[in-house]
Design a protein around this ligand. Structure first.
Ligand SMILES: [Zn+2]
Length: 489
């Protein structure tokens, strides 16, 4: 009731932005680190030299940005501690106190900006405690990871409190050199994006009138297969599918990965590097080229360009358990009424959300997969009743996987590989595809199917292997799979 009374889409959009500002490590660590430093200075009556404090904040933050907050940075900790120990201002008790304040900041911020909102959306008051517990075992560049959040914010607090001046003595210079050197080494150790070799035939005609993309958000391939979902398993006989999955992109978060699905290129090119404020798609994407409607929770609005047609379902108003049903209802209505629209993209949220709330190893995540399977089964029986599959292709995929309660660094297979099933007019049935492919191959494949041009920065490979050669006049000869390469993204 209270939610409905005060709700409007602008407020939800703002709140979601704020949530992700406090969730993303790039912004979280500076807020928590500076606040912890100010709290400690206030407790101890320490005077703050503001110009120097600002210069130090910028310098340490630059080091972290260079490292991209990648966990390899943590391996250099003994070196940093050695140099901190050599500073004349260093004090072990103070260090432990600063660490304690940073842990408190973590618990408060995580509970306020993640635990409580998630409890409201899932209507389950145990979620804040579950999240705190699971955050000890989660490694991600977000406030869902205890280790990463407390590490980077504490390092900021230490630097600000002990204010090492590199111009005073070699130990202080040594600290800065190690912080910076470690950052550059860490940057080189980041995961490389897998990009399929360019293979995009010239497009002369459309293969189908419509494409429907169903994205099961946060669906890890291994759990998807273990679940033995009744409908989606049975759909394999009717479809072309990837038992080894598609690979997602780094950082494997919804907004960057979805933007890669729509543009066919890596985050460094399309411009959305995380879920935070400030990232927007800078290059051409499929919805720029063909009339498209995108459905889902507020995320969808945040990665979409402002002129795209989006239909958003409010998570707090409807709860996570109703959201995907509403998405399907809207989608069905538009499939019957929006004649000019040729691409429909639905982001299904329940699997991802329950993964973040309970863990992707949990029974709840498995149940969300089961319910999503049932929803897709109902949707397929509906489109078949209405004869809509006669001139359409449905792609069922995911943007990224998940491990424990988060995802991003691609440290584990569970984050990296996602399912992909293609079914519909002209698609080869019972067709197992085992070559390496990427979520970036989806954009050129949609272009090819709809007979529109490829987005201007699109890379990768049209998945011609899904096409039934008897039904289409495309030459999908095996040679187009040659030379797949792993390219540095
Ligand atoms: Zn996602």
């Amino acid at each position: 009731m209270i939610i409905k009374r005060f709700y409007n889409e602008r407020i939800e959009s703002l709140c979601t932005r704020l949530l992700y500002f406090m969730n993303t490590i790039d912004s979280y660590c500076i807020v928590a680190g500076v606040l912890s430093f100010l709290a400690m200075s206030w407790i101890n009556g320490k005077e703050i030299n503001f110009p120097f404090f600002i210069a130090l904040s910028i310098a340490i933050y630059l080091c972290f940005k260079i490292s991209d907050f990648y966990p390899a940075y943590l391996f250099f900790t003994p070196l940093f501690l050695f140099f901190f120990y050599k500073l004349p201002t260093f004090n072990i008790l103070l260090t432990l106190n600063l660490l304690g304040i940073n842990i408190m900041a973590f618990v408060i911020i995580q509970t306020l900006f993640m635990g409580i909102p998630d409890a409201i959306i899932a209507r389950d008051s145990t979620i804040p405690i579950r999240k705190i517990y699971n955050s000890f075992f989660t490694i991600a560049p977000t406030t869902v990871s205890f280790l990463m959040s407390v590490y980077f914010s504490s390092l900021i607090s230490f630097t600000l409190y002990y204010n090492p001046n590199p111009f005073i003595d070699p130990w202080q210079l040594g600290l800065w050199m190690s912080l910076l050197g470690a950052a550059f080494i860490t940057r080189m150790l980041r995961p490389k994006n897998f990009i399929s070799l360019d293979s995009r035939p010239s497009i002369t005609k459309s293969q189908v009138n419509r494409v429907i993309l169903l994205n099961i958000d946060g669906c890890r391939l291994d759990r998807f297969q273990e679940a033995k979902l009744p409908f989606l398993s049975s759909l394999e006989k009717e479809s072309s599918y990837f038992p080894r999955g598609l690979q997602t992109v780094y950082r494997a978060l919804t907004n960057p990965a979805f933007a890669s699905i729509l543009t066919g290129t890596i985050p460094q090119v399309h411009g959305i590097l995380d879920n935070n404020l400030g990232g927007y798609i800078k290059v051409e994407a499929i919805p720029d080229l063909v009339e498209t409607i995108l459905y889902g929770s507020m995320h969808v609005k945040h990665f979409s360009k402002t002129h795209w047609k989006t239909k958003i379902v409010s998570l707090p108003t409807h709860s996570i358990y109703r959201t995907d049903d509403i998405v399907f209802d809207m989608l069905k209505k538009d499939l019957l009424n929006s004649n000019g629209t040729r691409l429909f993209i639905a982001d299904l949220s329940e699997v991802d959300f329950l993964g973040h709330a309970y863990g992707s190893e949990s029974y709840q995540y498995l149940q969300a997969l089961q319910r999503t399977d049932t929803r897709i089964a109902d949707f397929f029986s509906w489109i078949e009743t209405h004869g809509l599959l006669k001139d359409a292709v449905v792609i069922i995929c995911s943007d990224h996987g998940i491990i424990r309660i988060d995802h991003s660094y691609l440290l584990f297979k569970a984050e990296k590989f996602v399912p992909c099933i293609v079914v519909g007019k002209g698609i080869k049935k019972d067709n197992t595809l085992v070559f390496e492919a990427s979520i970036m191959d989806i954009a050129p494949t949609i272009s090819y199917l709809l007979g529109i041009r490829y987005p201007d920065h699109c890379r990768g490979h049209v998945l011609l292997e899904v096409l039934d050669e008897n039904e289409s006049n495309v030459n999908s000869s095996p040679h187009c799979r040659e030379g797949l390469s792993i390219t540095n993204g």
